[in-house]
Design a protein around this ligand. Structure first.
Ligand code: HEM
Length: 193
């Protein structure tokens, strides 16, 4: 294994698995929010139809990936880089990340439960996961009807804040926070073998 490109996280930077999950999910979130935004601003157009057709499948993929990422994050918790800055700021960063994770899990979970309970079935990448039929179950459908869209937009606002903070660290403070997630551990700071 190349020590300068570890799979797991180290206190000096994120490993290949965390960085692949982070940037892969970032791309899928851009796609997912494009479908949600087009649904609001360009309903019933061809481009909206194309993107909206992917909303369930990409959302389901994000749900699987966030569960994987959460498990990987927990397994690497003790090895991960500490947040930069004074204690209060570091605690705010931890709290912000926890809320991001909570929403990344709750937003698709609510929608999947609704799809499982509304009688219309759930098909992902052409694969039928829940067959249509049966009476709608309000216990499964009501939470998403109430909160999936609202919490989805809240997640978008938080992601925008997260991107702004990452750019602030990378361009203004230049403290290495951003490069730990882009390039991973700095090979020059790895201890000698
Ligand atoms: C992380 C993943 C997801 C995000 C960020 C997300 C985001 C959103 C947003 C922001 C809206 C509001 C659009 C509007 O105001 O018209 C929305 C609507 C919707 N989403 Fe998702 N979604 C995700 C996953 C899913 C999944 C997995 C499904 C289906 C299984 C789904 C089904 C729907 C449906 C049916 C609507 C329209 C009804 C409503 O607003 O609740 N979404 N989504």
């Amino acid at each position: 294994m190349d020590r300068t490109r570890p799979l797991a996280d180290t206190p000096l930077g994120y490993g290949l698995v965390s960085r692949t999950l982070h940037w892969g999910m970032a791309l899928l979130f851009v796609w997912q929010f494009a479908s949600a935004i087009l649904r609001v601003v360009a309903e019933d157009t061809a481009v909206e139809g194309f993107f909206w057709n992917t909303h369930y499948s990409v959302g389901f993929t994000l749900w699987l990936l966030v569960l994987l990422r959460g498990a990987w994050g927990l397994a690497n918790l003790r090895r991960r880089p500490a947040h930069e800055g004074p204690p209060l700021q570091a605690r705010a960063a931890t709290a912000g990340h926890l809320v991001l994770y909570a929403l990344m899990i709750v937003v698709p979970t609510l929608a999947i439960l609704r799809a499982a309970g509304n009688g219309r079935g759930l098909t992902v990448y052409g694969l039928q996961l829940v067959a249509p039929g049966g009476e709608p179950n309000p216990t499964l459908t009501a939470p998403a009807n109430l909160a999936h869209g609202f919490l989805g937009w809240t997640l978008l606002v938080l992601i925008a804040g997260h991107v702004a903070m990452a750019l602030h660290h990378g361009l203004v403070r230049r403290d290495g926070t951003l490069t730990r997630m882009t390039r991973g551990p700095d090979a020059r700071s790895l201890p000698a073998e």
